[in-house]
Design a protein around this ligand. Structure first.
Ligand code: GLU
Length: 417
């Protein structure tokens, strides 16, 4: 079984135990409602035809239409897509959105395709799944290596197969010109920064002057840094795949963002106190750690050297189960990925509502709504964690339990169980 699916089932089991439920609920929620596998032929530039495989997994729709991204990656498997669709069910439930969970994937290395091949792949994939998506049924969005342009192709293809009906709400994360919101681009990193701020306020009363190290300077890391500094934190370390920079007085984040944009490597930032490796960065004596690059970076090998009191998971799964158990036992608070990166799908919901109102919401209002929603989602999760476990279990378990409980409530109300 793939690691992703093992993890998803492991946490579902923990959540079921936490809620005092049994095997029946576990088995009801373990499997997705439906997975479709499709063949995607693409005529390549050289005239040959290559066949790709894609999946859409619809895990649960008790709370509303299935919702979640579509990723393009050479290692995607059916099992991974199923696991990710299950995680979307919990993420959307935790975020209190009227959505169920879904996820899609195409097994392809998009970097090897020419732009017109990528367009054909995207259109052909969406046509193949067109019968099982829709604005009130299943609403895809961007994920790994898909972006607003991909969503524009999906939307266009969907309009074609629906006799020209312009159903903007079938996908979110679209370009602004086609009903998307610019806020969607910053939303995940913004939400991560906001989770860090809210957690800091719970732990220390304020974020002001707290030191932060951020691993990973992609879309999430960049916006997380931008907002954390704006809200008074001191960013002392930043890194990307080229390595990291450290300055105890605080780095100039605006300058680092410019260096990253222009030269692609954050290590070309001049004037930092010293360079640090990605491994060292995690062990720095800081208040807050925001791992926003890849999974499993905090593990049994380095957990004893972690000094931060608050870890906010900007990436998916950066802390292993063993490390989480150990660090939580030492009182370290770990804001789980499912909560820390919910800003993306929350903004997708704002976009979807806006599409259905014919384009009513302004960007400032969208950001305001994201802020309010993220704050209430964070506070509700934190309160549930305190009330139900006195913070004795990792926050992740409480988040899963709250999410699973809401899905089961909806299933009960609908008479499914
Ligand atoms: N792919 C993103 C996620 O995993 C966004 C999903 C969405 O906006 O529907 O949360």
């Amino acid at each position: 079984m793939s690691k992703a699916l093992q993890q998803a089932e492991f946490f579902l089991k923990k959540a079921i135990d936490f809620l005092g439920l049994g095997e029946q609920e576990y088995h009801l929620l373990r499997q997705p409602d439906r997975v479709i596998e499709v063949k995607i032929p693409v005529r390549m530039r050289d005239g040959s035809i290559r066949v790709f495989t894609g999946w859409r997994s619809q895990h649960n729709n008790a709370l509303g239409p299935y919702k979640g991204g579509i990723r393009y990656h050479p290692d995607v498997t059916k099992e991974e897509v199923i696991a990710l669709s299950m995680i979307m069910t919990w993420k959307n439930s935790l975020a209190d959105l009227p959505y169920g969970g879904g996820k899609g994937g195409v097994r392809v290395n998009p970097k090897e395709l020419a732009p017109e091949e990528l367009e054909q792949l995207s259109r052909n994939f969406f046509r193949a799944i067109a019968r099982v998506v829709g604005p009130d049924f299943d609403i895809p969005a961007p994920d790994v290596y898909t972006n607003p342009q991909t969503m524009a192709w999906y939307f266009d293809e969907y309009s074609k197969v629906n006799q020209g009906e312009q159903l903007f709400g079938v996908v979110t994360g679209k370009p602004k010109r086609l009903g998307g919101l610019e806020t969607r681009i910053i939303s995940t990193g913004y939400g991560t920064a906001l989770s860090a701020k809210l957690a800091a306020e719970k732990l220390w009363g304020s974020l002001e002057g707290k030191t932060v190290a951020i691993q990973g300077f992609g879309n999430v890391g960049q916006y997380a840094a931008k907002y954390l500094v704006e809200w008074g934190a001191r960013i002392v370390a930043l890194s990307d795949s080229s390595g990291g920079i450290y300055d105890s007085r605080g780095l100039d984040v605006a300058k680092a963002l410019e260096v990253k944009r222009e030269k692609r490597k954050v290590t070309l930032y001049e004037g930092a106190e010293r360079m640090v490796s990605n491994e060292e960065l995690l062990e720095l004596d800081v208040d807050i750690l925001v791992p926003s690059a890849i999974e499993d970076v905090i593990n049994e090998g380095n957990m004893k050297n972690i000094k931060a009191k608050l870890i906010v998971e900007g990436a998916n799964g950066p802390v292993t189960n063993a490390a989480e158990e150990y660090l939580s036992g030492r009182g370290v608070v770990i804001v789980p990925d499912m909560l820390a990166n919910a800003g993306g799908v929350i903004t997708s919901h704002i976009e979807w509502v806006n599409n259905r109102m014919g384009g009513w919401i302004k960007e400032e209002e969208a950001l305001q709504r994201l802020t309010e929603k993220m704050t209430s989602v964070f506070n509700n999760t934190w309160e549930f964690w305190e009330k139900e476990s006195q913070r004795k279990v990792p926050m992740r378990i409480a988040a899963y339990a709250l999410a699973v409980k809401r899905v089961l409530d909806a299933m009960r109300l609908r008479g499914w169980i």
